[in-house]
Unconditional design. Structure first.
Lengths: 471, 465, 94
């Protein structure tokens, strides 16, 4: 059942949210033992359901809807670790603004979902020390994608539900594609980052993952808006994104990114063509758009800038004011080194070092500053493209969900290059969405749509016509 | 490097701006001194917290830039300076790197322009407490009340030529800061790092870090210059130990810290427009130099007096108030000499003392009208500084009114001449000092209530020289 | 671009990360491979291009100098066991 139908049923008294929440929590526990989508299932959800069902007025648009959140998103009083052992035991003293807004609309937070440590991964396998890896909902031998692996997986498994994911280089749309759900990454600044554990300060965005474009639209409307506590949150009016579902797309121009389809696996191409054909059938004009700088240098630009920022964002994790503690022995340099080396996972260390290198004296000009200039060129490429088309189109990822063995055989560089299609919109901060458009050999294929800054409405308008229909 | 003086000093001064709240969060900068009672997730560097820029700090920074004739950056950009230390909540400090707020300003010290390379905004780290002394404790205690306080960092060119000149520079700096009302003279903290070189060592650059307070800075510089004149000197970083009054090597020639600066993307760029600068210029209070000129031109004060009066804003403003009721030159003389004498005698600064303005004006009014002598006035001012009291009533009660009855004075003078015949003889012989002696005798008789001038005249007449 | 063991060692130091000999060797090889590709950004002509540190051109966000509610001392210290007499406790400095 889609969110609006569910909420109507609850308001009509047809669904008892305490009972429903109870049921959902049971399913989650059950699913979790097999698939490892949660780092925490919040038992206080039942208490909350009881409180909500007692209230008669001020019922929000997400009344009684179970919602999960990626572990990197702060939920007050619930262990929030960003999937890392270095934050074990940390209970935030405040809710992330996005979580607060969900609560305001009557949503029920059911748990925190698994992820690559601090967002450092494209397959969900770079979990922190002591964490379990999420398994693909269609095939347990395959990965969920990353880094919002758990959010994508549980969204596929549950009925009425949505999850808050987070994207820095593609971490919402990538797992959405691998798990056959909708993943919407809004414009940078559309949703407040207050309470989000930082990866890349100028890249991070919180966004909804759901079973349908309409559901994702409802959640996006709820969580977006200006926030005084986040100086980078956009000062623009709230929008009712779900109203774009009904809007026609006849006459709209779609630009397929040159090289994106051609370099994808055959089955991914096949699946995406189904989606593109659907758009054509509804009256869209399909063109080809070239983004030469983005396609060739996007991955380099992204990794250099995002890890440079990440290496400063993760410096605060040193066993002092919160999270993992060690015994206070030795001087501060050795204490910090011991805690960090002992509790960060390998990929976290790798990215911290890559980022530190990129901004070190002697390398800073050639890497950090140069990448920042290339970022300008990439933004310009997209801006130019949107003068000619309403939306850009490409596969979300070049392959069907990989097996764990296949991922293991990838070199570090190959891991990074896998993001070639998703880094572009993330570097440029433009909104983008993955919709499941086809099943190939029992595995989902996602088509990615991109629009200009702050045009999430158009994304919803187009995406709702391309997504595979379910009951 | 070529220098034209024996001693070369450059200062990097950190001034705490007197805003209500911290630089990047709404925690108050003043209030409870209980440790960690004025903190929030942002100044504690908690996960998911982020900074939002205090516009008052920008205003204050701009005021300083304008007052020192600096070139003001058109864009305000913050950077992250990364290093690990227990007093740094995020293990990076938000500061300004490539585009400082102000550049190439100056402060005039004894007619010499001391150039300011740059001035920029940055956040203060936390306060560390070493339970058993630096280097001996097994752990440190950290108080984040200070973390995130707004600092203005002011860097001079290496052109101060002595510890004394450095002290005068700081005095001038404090003057400007107090006039601009961007720094709390009473409770505000001022810290400095200094680079000290002398010719003897080929101007090897020694950095002295983290000296707190005006007086300490001069002491540290004096010590270091002396040390460099007598000891073997290597280029290094040293720390001033205010307890033992010495500088000590801070670190071995360790690997230089790589701060790995990046732009802080949590803080969008701020455009500093001409309109913004103009608006602030208009709102700026009259500065010391302008006030001094006005006192000389409009009030007719001597330059010396005007200089002293404008050295401190509190004094200048007090003078302006008093000068509305009392003759200007008299007000100037009494404030710059008598009042300040008493304040300093009590080992205080003017801003630390509460002056009962109404009674001060009354006191000076009595002096002006000749109703009390200067001698009595001086005593009364001493009392007034200690505790406010009704001057007029006291004078009446204690009978301190000046003896202006000429007949009475003549009587006393006659007596004094009779009682001090030797002195009279000496005076007649040409010894001026002898007359003072007799004047003194008369003053004793009148308990200081006679005007020396008048007594002088009467005695001269009587002795007839 | 010459990536040596010393380079990686230095980077690890600056990042406060201790690496084992094998980790060090691995990272050297990985960095060489990664930076070989990443260094290609050098080919792009960026004369007269301003760097972007933010993708949407946001600017001029300031707040009023008004006090906001603080954490109590207890809450501020609630997430750590390294504390004493209202202070946070940290490792010693040299």
């Amino acid at each position: 059942m889609r969110i609006p139908e569910f909420v109507q049923a609850v308001k009509r008294g047809e669904i008892d949210i305490v009972e429903h929440t109870h049921k959902v929590l049971d399913i989650c526990a059950h699913v979790n033992s097999e698939y490892h989508y949660f780092t925490a299932i919040t038992q206080e959800a039942l208490q909350r359901a009881k409180e909500l069902s007692r209230r008669k007025e001020k019922r929000g648009v997400l009344w009684g809807v179970p919602v999960s959140a990626k572990d990197a998103i702060s939920v007050m009083g619930v262990e929030t670790t960003g999937g890392s052992r270095i934050l074990k035991g940390y209970m935030p003293l405040f809710d992330a603004t996005a979580v607060e807004k969900l609560r305001d609309e009557g949503a029920i937070i059911i748990g925190k979902t698994s992820q690559d440590e601090f967002g450092f991964g494209s397959f969900g396998i770079n979990v922190g020390k002591g964490y379990e890896i999420s398994l693909n909902p269609f095939d347990k031998r395959r990965v969920c994608g990353g880094s919002s692996a758990g959010s994508a997986g549980i969204t596929q498994k549950l009925d009425t539900h949505a999850s808050l994911g987070e994207s820095t280089g593609g971490s919402i749309v990538n797992p959405a594609s691998f798990c056959g759900v909708v993943g919407l990454t809004p414009t940078y600044g559309r949703v407040s980052r207050h309470g989000l554990l930082d990866y890349g300060t100028s890249f991070d965005k919180i966004g909804p993952m759901a079973k349908s474009v309409e559901d994702a639209a409802y959640v996006l409307s709820s969580i977006s808006g200006h926030d005084k506590a986040d100086a980078t949150s956009a000062n623009i009016k709230k929008e009712a994104f779900h109203s774009f579902v009904k809007k026609d797309i006849r006459g709209m121009k779609m630009g397929v990114i040159k090289g994106s389809l051609e370099n994808a696996d055959t089955l991914v191409q096949k699946g995406c063509q189904e989606g593109i054909r659907k758009l054509e059938e509804q009256g869209c004009e399909i063109r080809t758009i070239e983004l030469p700088i983005t396609m060739k240098y996007g991955v380099s630009c992204y990794y250099l800038l995002a890890t440079a920022e990440a290496s400063t964002n993760l410096a605060r994790y040193c066993g002092m004011r919160y999270g993992t503690h060690e015994e206070l022995k030795g001087d501060f340099n050795s204490y910090f080194s011991d805690v960090r080396s002992g509790h960060f996972g390998k990929e976290a260390k790798r990215r911290i070092m890559l980022g530190t290198f990129a901004r070190m004296a002697g390398f800073r000009d050639a890497y950090y500053l140069k990448a920042a200039k290339i970022r300008t060129l990439i933004v310009n490429e997209y801006k130019k493209a949107f003068k000619r088309v309403d939306a850009l189109v490409s596969p979300t990822v070049p392959k069907l969900p990989l097996t764990f063995d296949e991922v293991k055989r990838l070199s570090v560089l190959e891991n990074y290059m896998f993001d070639v299609l998703t880094v572009g919109p993330n570097v440029a901060g433009i909104p983008h969405m993955s919709v499941p458009v086809s099943m190939q050999k029992g595995l989902p294929v996602g088509l990615m749509l991109m629009t200009d800054h702050f045009e999430e409405g158009k994304l919803v308008q187009i995406g709702s016509k391309a997504e595979m229909q379910k009951q | 490097m070529k220098f034209d003086s024996d001693i070369v000093i450059g200062l990097e001064v950190h001034v705490q701006l007197d805003t209500k709240t911290k630089l990047f969060c709404g925690c108050p900068t003043k209030g409870s001194d209980e440790p960690n009672s004025r903190t929030c997730p942002t100044c504690l560097g908690m996960p998911g917290s982020r900074p939002v820029f205090n516009k008052k700090a920008l205003e204050y920074g701009l005021k300083f830039a304008i007052a020192t004739g600096s070139a003001i950056s058109k864009q305000l950009v913050f950077s992250r300076k990364s290093y690990f230390y227990p007093d740094l909540a995020k293990n990076y400090q938000i500061t300004q790197y490539e585009l400082p707020l102000a550049k190439d300003g100056f402060i005039t010290v004894n007619g010499r322009k001391i150039m300011l390379t740059r001035a920029h905004l940055e956040e203060d780290p936390a306060a560390l407490v070493h339970p058993k002394g630096v280097g001996k404790s097994a752990y440190v205690l950290v108080d984040y009340n200070r973390s995130g306080n707004p600092l203005l960092e002011i860097v001079t060119e290496p052109m101060l030529r002595s510890p004394e000149e450095a002290r005068e520079f700081l005095r001038e700096l404090m003057k400007i800061l107090s006039y601009l009302e961007i720094f709390d003279l009473k409770d505000g903290i001022i810290k400095a790092d200094a680079n000290v070189s002398i010719q003897r060592t080929g101007y090897a650059r020694i950095e002295i870090k983290n000296i707190t307070g005006f007086k300490e800075i001069e002491a540290a510089l004096k010590y270091e210059v002396d040390r460099q004149r007598t000891e073997k000197v290597v280029t290094e970083t040293r720390l001033w130990d205010s307890e033992r009054r010495v500088t000590e090597r801070l670190r071995e020639k360790e690997a230089e810290i790589d701060y790995g600066y990046i732009v802080d993307s949590d803080l969008p760029m701020v455009e500093i427009t001409d309109q913004m600068v103009e608006k602030i210029s208009k709102e700026m209070p009259e500065l010391a130099a302008a006030k001094m000129e006005r006192f000389v031109k409009e009030h007719g004060l001597a330059k010396e007096d005007a200089l002293v009066l404008t050295a401190e804003k509190t004094l200048a403003e007090l003078y302006e108030k008093v000068a509305k009721h009392v003759e200007r030159k008299l007000a100037a003389k009494w404030l710059r000499r008598e009042l300040m004498r008493v304040v300093h005698y009590n080992k205080k600064e003017l801003h630390e003392v509460i002056v009962d303005e109404g009674n001060l004006i009354a006191l000076l009014g009595l002096v002006q009208e000749g109703k009390i002598t200067e001698q009595v006035g001086q005593k009364l001012i001493e009392m007034l500084i200690e505790r406010p009291f009704d001057v007029k009533a006291y004078v009446k009660k204690e009978g301190l009114a000046a003896v202006s009855d000429t007949k009475k004075l003549e009587k006393y003078c006659k007596e004094a001449i009779k009682e001090n015949s030797k002195a009279v003889e000496d005076y007649k012989k040409g010894n001026e000092k002898a007359l003072h002696f007799i004047v003194g005798a008369v003053m004793k008789k009148t308990k200081g209530k006679a005007t020396p001038k008048e007594v002088n005249e009467i005695l001269k007449r009587m002795v007839g020289r | 671009m010459e990536i040596t063991k010393q380079t990686i060692q230095r980077v690890a130091e600056v990042s406060r990360l201790k690496l084992s000999e094998s980790e060090l060797k691995e990272f050297v090889a990985e960095f060489k491979e990664i930076l070989d590709v990443f260094s290609k950004i050098d080919e792009v002509n960026t004369n007269d291009v301003e760097p972007s540190f933010q993708p949407v051109g946001l600017k001029n966000v300031l707040r009023e100098d008004e006090a906001e509610k603080c954490l109590t001392q207890e809450r501020a210290l609630s997430q750590t066991r390294h504390k004493q007499d209202g202070y946070f406790k940290g490792p010693r400095v040299i």
